[in-house]
Ligand binder design. Structure first.
Ligand code: TYD
Length: 206
């Protein structure tokens, strides 16, 4: 008898929307209920993912087509080496960004987002649920700036410009996929988490 296939949940949204915190809270919530959970992210920590982060930090601008090609290569590896095996083993997979980030970001950089979406859905397993954490781009960018200042961390100027973030938010808002749900991301993280947990419970029939 085969193992029941696991569930894939993607967290999406503009930079600074709080999706990484929400991913952690949902992982804890699922584990408390006995689930076996893999948490992961894109860009990955693999070769392509590292190259993408270096590019972002250096402020170097590459053509959107090149950017898209790198993210897709990174995703191919991610799906083959981590996501698929975990789903096949019946695990929950929670990923911090997935192909809707390519749709929204490379779409906002001028590529045809509907085409990126169609190609992604043809190549990669669609998520059972994609949770778009919605925060106005201006607010989200403020959070990113604060975080960077406080930690003395490295800003990623290429991806964090306000105009780009507005374009990204517009694409996320326009998506019409049955697996996309939008959650208001403002307010205390615990309150946002409760909304997400409720959604997951009802949409995945837990
Ligand atoms: P981010 O989630 O901010 O990673 P981290 O905070 O761990 O460094 O992702 C880095 C940036 O990459 C972010 O601004 C969104 C962008 N991105 C794309 O443009 N396309 C994609 O397909 C993905 C996965 C990310």
């Amino acid at each position: 008898m085969g193992v029941t296939r696991g569930k894939l949940i993607a967290f999406e949204g503009v930079d600074g929307c709080g999706k990484s915190t929400q991913l952690r809270l949902l992982a804890d919530w699922l584990r408390a209920r006995g689930a076996d959970v893999l948490t992961t992210r894109e860009p990955t920590d693999g070769e392509h993912g590292r190259r993408i982060r270096e590019m972002a930090r250096s402020g170097e601008r590459v053509a959107p087509e090149t950017e898209l090609a790198w993210f897709v290569e990174d995703r191919r590896e991610h799906v083959a080496n981590e996501i698929e095996p975990a789903l096949a083993a019946g695990r929950f997979v929670l990923t911090d960004r997935y192909y809707l980030s390519s749709v929204a970001y490379q779409g906002a950089r001028g590529l045809d987002w509907r085409e990126i979406l169609a190609r992604s859905e043809a190549e990669f397993p669609p998520p059972d649920l994609a949770i778009v954490v919605e925060v106005p781009p201006e607010r989200a960018l403020e959070r990113v700036r604060k975080r960077v200042e406080e930690s003395g961390g490295v800003a990623e100027p290429v991806f964090e410009e306000i105009e780009l973030q507005r374009g990204v938010a517009r694409v996320f808002a326009a998506l019409d996929c049955p697996y996309v749900v939008r959650v208001p991301g403002e307010g205390p993280p615990e309150a946002v988490h409760e909304r997400i947990a409720e959604l997951v419970e009802s949409r995945l029939a837990l």
